[in-house]
Design a protein around this ligand. Structure first.
Ligand SMILES: [Zn+2]
Ligand SMILES: [Zn+2]
Length: 444
């Protein structure tokens, strides 16, 4: 009898479960208000952190002090922090019951360039890059990303009764040289730690703050490095007939290679070839014996990429053959892969972010720069990367009405407006993570 009652209870419980009304949608306006309240309280500390990171930037794989500052912040929040993953990277894990593991990435590194913003927290720090001393500046917004990353962690910990699962916050070194994500993966990011179920990242962009850009599928370009050495025969500048002039071969190549873009590739498909460095010769009256070129090749689609690689090789060989020079050395080095935004992850976040930001959360075409966040998606983690605007909307509007253009990422004048930029980042990233936890909890 007892057994029967138990079975009856159990079956009615199961029945009740299956008739349970559908889980109500995430209450985005209420969560947004809670996030903004928590952000307002945290902001003075976040701004101090941001200013400090901005004033003391560090180059790729040298981000020791930067990583230590973030490690301290995350430990104070109760995260378990492992340092030196992928040289200078760190992994911060926060367990909060059964559920998926969600990764949020920031970058740590800055650029070898002089900041000219005139801000009172502008960087005057220097470091050695490629054997040369250089100023260092956070001109890509990675300092904004770090403040956002700490702010998001703080907010999610504060809202821990709203989600179940594990936060895996990673701070990646060397994004600017697209080497840090690989370094972390090779150092066991997904074997020493749990491979996450989803991953998110954001990037600061040159548009008004309060706005967010996102895309489904391809989010950034594939970047391949190009290295060519043209060999000639050196001699006197006054007797060119006795030489093979590698500078002329290089010049011919630089011009002709653009015909691969304009004549061989489908004009509706994206591709760029840029030659960013030429090294050859010493003085005006010596024809040198070699010329070395370095460039970058950017594409979105594999078939366009293959076509470009073949075209570049053909043009380089032809340029040398025209001067009866030996065949050039051509190296095409695979760089960053394209960021792939997973349609299902985007669809979930999209719902929450549209509810929070309305038309300010908008689809944009893929970016032509590259990004090694792509490595995590290619390692099998469904992921999403989106952009947040950094500029004052009024100045942005004036610039678009014939005023001075606003500085883009990598400009020495790049100067995000910290508070509204970080607020948008923290709100959006927190909602994206919460939406992924919520979706998972509902088993959809
Ligand atoms: Zn950059
Ligand atoms: Zn960047």
């Amino acid at each position: 009898m007892k057994q029967f009652a138990k079975a009856l209870l159990l079956s009615s419980a199961l029945c009740a479960l299956s008739f349970w009304p559908a889980h109500a949608d995430m209450d985005v306006p209420a969560l947004k208000a809670a996030i903004e309240k928590s952000f307002e309280a945290d902001y003075p500390k976040l701004e101090a952190l941001y200013r400090d990171l901005h004033a003391h930037p560090e180059l790729a794989f040298q981000e020791v002090k930067t990583a230590a500052k973030l490690a301290a912040e995350m430990r104070a929040l109760g995260f378990e922090v492992t340092e030196k993953v992928g040289k200078t990277g760190l992994v911060a894990v926060y367990n909060n019951g059964d559920g998926p593991t969600i990764m949020v990435r920031t970058e740590l590194d800055a650029l070898p360039m002089e900041e000219k913003t005139g801000l009172d927290y502008a960087s005057r720090d220097k470091a050695v890059a490629f054997g040369k001393e250089s100023f260092v500046a956070h001109s890509c917004g990675h300092d904004i990303h770090m403040a956002n990353w700490v702010g998001t962690a703080k907010t999610l910990v504060g809202l821990k009764d709203q989600w179940k699962g594990t936060l895996m916050f990673i701070a990646q070194p060397a994004e600017e040289i697209v080497a840090g994500a690989k370094a972390m993966l090779e150092d066991g990011l997904f074997t020493r730690f749990k491979k996450p179920d989803f991953a998110f990242a954001l990037h600061a962009g040159g548009f008004p703050h309060g706005y967010l850009n996102y895309r489904i599928g391809v989010g950034s370009s594939v970047a391949d490095g190009l290295y060519i050495k043209f060999r000639g025969r050196g001699g006197h500048g006054a007797t060119p007939q006795a030489t093979i002039d590698p500078i002329m071969i290089a010049a011919r190549f630089i011009v002709d290679v653009q015909s691969v873009i304009s004549r061989e590739k489908d004009p509706t498909e994206f591709a760029v070839v840029s030659i960013g460095a030429i090294q050859s010769g010493t003085v005006g009256n010596i024809i040198p014996d070699e010329a070395v070129l370095q460039g970058t090749i950017r594409t979105f689609k594999p078939q366009v990429r293959t076509k470009l690689h073949a075209g570049i090789e053909r043009v380089a060989k032809a340029a040398a053959a025209m001067s009866d020079a030996p065949a050039p050395d051509i190296r095409i080095v695979e760089g960053a892969k394209a960021v792939m935004n997973d349609p299902a992850v985007v669809a979930t976040a999209e719902k929450a972010l549209k509810a929070a930001f309305g038309d300010k959360f908008r689809i944009s075409p893929p970016g032509t720069p590259s990004e090694d966040f792509s490595e995590f998606a290619h390692a099998g983690v469904p992921s999403m990367m989106f952009n947040i605007g950094v500029h004052d909307p009024e100045r942005w509007a004036a610039a678009n009405n014939g005023g001075t253009p606003m500085p883009a990422n990598h400009s020495p004048l790049f100067a995000p407006v910290p508070k509204p930029t970080i607020q948008t980042g923290v709100t959006a990233m927190t909602l994206a993570v919460l939406s992924a936890f919520d979706q998972h909890a509902r088993g959809k």
